[in-house]
Design a protein around this ligand. Structure first.
Ligand SMILES: Cc1cc2nc3c(=O)[nH]c(=O)nc-3n(C[C@H](O)[C@H](O)[C@H](O)COP(=O)(O)OP(=O)(O)OC[C@H]3O[C@@H](n4cnc5c(N)ncnc54)[C@H](O)[C@@H]3O)c2cc1C
Length: 336
């Protein structure tokens, strides 16, 4: 088996985040001589985990400039670590930082990069990755002769490594000049956790469809109550919010419906394909262009007034033919 370098950023306390621990599992499953390259302010705790997992070498690019997400410093660190390791295969979790930096690093190393790998294994004695094409409709197995081969591993596809960290680890610090950069990181701006509706790690994907904004059996529209019910279930279940295209398009047009719903929430062929153990669809018809985005949702349930909606045609495990207003009202009562 060829030599492998696993690149990982460390967290503020020096440990590895879940996507990096997942990538560590993937690297170990491939077998071969493993080097771990760490980038960040503190790296000791991550190095202890890497040593316990069986990494032969642990390299580090440390210092304040490498704690910030910035192309120039991330790419410089990855290039230096890859040159020091001399590995044939370079793996990294597909975080926003590595996804931005590694294609440029592949060019500098005269290698090749592949993104969105969802699986990695030896096939006929060569490493092969799997990834999806054409909006998650075709799964391909990819091998390459070019080395170094850089591979970005999608989060959520491997179990995170969970061993006991070693007592101490030997770290080789790679001397590295901080590259000239025009970017200064002055701080972070993020919505409050409560306002965040997209939660990739949530156990439940709660999908709202356009039905929430349509006239109900009493002949009236109830968008204010719809809003309150949907936000209620999101908060109580810490669920991630998905939307159908019809609903996010309505919100995009500035209509007075669900102001927290944006195109980022759209699930489907022209939206996202999130990964969650469970999904609950409400007031959504379950048409194919929408349901194709549910490929990685393991257990699917839907609530729809229409017994002939798309979900009842083999697309959901359980369909409740019911009024979603009544169901979610009761759900919120039970959750509180
Ligand atoms: C090229 C292309 C790409 C597309 N990409 C996407 C995509 O990425 N994602 C996507 O979502 N769509 C996509 N679409 C659109 C898709 O085909 C559907 O038009 C869309 O998903 C319909 O949204 P909906 O089910 O929310 O709305 P509707 O079709 O309007 O369905 C509303 C549903 O709500 C139900 N309902 C109403 N009131 C209640 C109630 N009180 N309780 C329970 N149920 C109720 C109704 O019975 C109905 O089934 C795409 C279409 C095309 C042509």
């Amino acid at each position: 088996m060829e030599s492998i370098l696993l690149l990982a950023h460390t967290e503020a306390g020096g440990s590895l985040a879940k996507p990096a621990l997942e990538a560590l599992t993937a690297a170990l499953a491939l077998g071969g001589d493993l080097t771990v390259g760490l980038v960040g302010g503190a790296v000791e705790s991550a190095a202890a985990a890497a040593a316990a997992a069986g990494a032969r070498r642990i390299l580090a690019a440390t210092g304040e400039p490498f704690t910030q997400p910035r192309y120039a410093t991330d790419a410089a660190a990855a290039e230096a670590l890859a040159r020091a390791a001399g590995a044939a295969i370079v793996l990294a979790p597909a975080t926003s930082r590595w996804t931005r930096a590694l294609p440029g690093v592949a060019y500098r190393l005269a290698g090749r990069v592949d993104t969105h790998a969802t699986g990695l294994a030896m096939r006929d004695s060569v490493p092969a990755l799997t990834r999806w094409f054409y909006r998650q409709r075709i799964e391909a197995v990819v091998t390459r002769a070019t080395r170094p081969w850089l591979i970005l591993l999608d989060p959520g596809c491997f179990a995170p490594w969970s061993g006991t960290p070693a007592a101490a680890a030997q770290i080789e610090t790679i001397p590295l000049e901080v590259p000239a950069s025009r970017t200064t990181v002055t701080g972070m701006q993020a919505p409050k956790a409560d306002e965040q509706t997209i939660r990739p790690d949530a156990k439940l994907l709660f999908v709202a469809g356009a039905g929430w904004t349509k006239k109900q059996p009493d002949g009236a529209v109830h968008s204010a109550e719809a809003q309150q019910l949907i936000l209620g279930v999101l908060r109580a279940a810490q669920a991630s919010l998905g939307g159908s295209k019809s609903l996010v398009d309505l919100s995009g047009e500035g209509e007075a419906v669900l102001p927290f719903m944006t195109h980022l929430n759209q699930v489907g062929q022209t939206g996202s394909t999130p990964r969650h153990p469970k999904g609950l669809s409400t007031c959504c018809h379950g048409e194919e262009p929408h349901v194709v985005g549910w490929r990685f949702v393991t257990e699917r349930r839907a609530v729809n007034l229409d017994p002939n909606c798309g979900w009842t045609r083999g697309k959901a495990d359980v369909v409740y033919v019911a009024d979603a207003f009544a169901v979610v009202r009761e759900l919120n009562r039970l959750l509180s």
